[in-house]
Design a protein around this ligand. Structure first.
Ligand code: NAP
Length: 277
């Protein structure tokens, strides 16, 4: 039976340490989150971010725009926040309405305030093997979780399923930087390769991995999160069968999700400290 990669427990530990650090700051970091429209899932995510920030003593401001805001207006707000010395970190909650270019909006964020690590500057740094200002939150959280359980990545075959800009792509680079041998799969891939993986990290949003697809003793990280036909929260991996084969497995919920928000808080403080120096 696999051991659980407990993201909730690690979140408690890392955030308690972070709170202590923030308590010692005379001026507090400020995280600004921009939310456009009324997407219910986005609202929940933004509220969680605000609540967690406030519990830690991070100033948090949510700017809520109606879905019909123009791209120009949004870009001008970002410009204003870039120039505001009191703002440490800027996060634009995705997805954005279709009439707004996600690329233009992300490009507009100053790399020094890019708390998600999504700007082309930070992505370029990451993909060229250099240190970005901060690392994208979900991949960073996954590596923190693996490190906590002493799971070594050097020389290991890691299969990442999913190639999105928020998870699969940056994660694959971070794994390469850790000297893992990385295979990235997507919707056109033959997933038989999972059988050869020492570590499988799945970020798809569909139930695609069963225990019988895994190598005995492999480590399984389930990033996916969606509601099944009965409204139950599920991950990409069939937990019951996979936990019979894997050595470690992250549950959904309670695995990667808590680590993503933890990373956001860590990144806010990292940006704050970088601005001080
Ligand atoms: P996304 O942008 O929709 O990307 C999904 C990826 O899965 C794509 O690369 C897609 O391939 C691939 N894919 C789709 N069907 C597949 C299949 N049958 N076999 C193999 N690959 C397949 O999604 P995302 O934003 O990365 O998010 C993925 C999941 O992770 C979602 O459930 C999301 O809610 C969750 N998530 C969780 C957290 C967290 O903190 N827990 C954070 C971020 C995301 P193509 O590129 O070929 O289309």
């Amino acid at each position: 039976m696999a051991q659980i990669l407990d993201g909730k427990k690690l979140r408690e530990k890392l955030l308690a340490d972070l709170k202590q650090k923030i308590d010692g700051f005379q001026i507090k970091p400020t995280l600004v989150v921009i939310l456009v429209g009324e997407n219910p899932a986005s609202k929940i995510y933004v509220n969680n971010k605000k609540k967690t920030a406030e519990e830690l003593g991070i100033n948090s401001q949510v700017i809520n725009y109606p879905a019909n805001i123009s791209e120009k207006e949004l870009l001008s707000k970002i410009e204003e926040l870039n120039n505001d010395k009191n703002v440490t970190a800027i996060l634009v909650q995705l997805p954005l309405p279709e009439h707004i270019s996600k690329e233009n909006v992300i490009n507009a964020i100053a790399p020094a305030k890019d708390v998600d690590g999504f700007t082309p500057y930070n992505f370029g740094k990451l993909f060229s093997g250099e240190e970005p200002t901060v690392y994208p939150c979900t991949p960073k959280g996954i590596l923190l979780l693996l490190d906590e359980y002493g799971i070594k990545l050097e020389g290991k075959h890691v299969v990442v399923v999913g190639r999105s800009n928020i998870v699969g792509r940056p994660l694959s680079q971070m794994l390469l930087n850790r000297n893992a041998t990385v295979t990235v799969c997507h919707s056109r891939s033959n997933l038989d390769i999972i059988k050869t993986a020492d570590v499988v990290i799945s970020a798809v949003g569909k139930n695609i991995i069963e225990g019988e697809m895994l190598k005995l003793g492999s480590v399984v990280v389930d990033v996916g999160i969606f509601k099944d036909e009965n409204g139950k929260t599920r991950g990409d991996v069939d937990f019951e069968s996979a936990s019979q084969v894997a050595s470690y497995i992250s549950p959904v919920p309670g695995g990667v999700g808590p680590m993503t928000i933890t990373s956001l808080m860590l990144n806010t403080v990292e940006l704050f400290e970088q601005n001080l120096s």
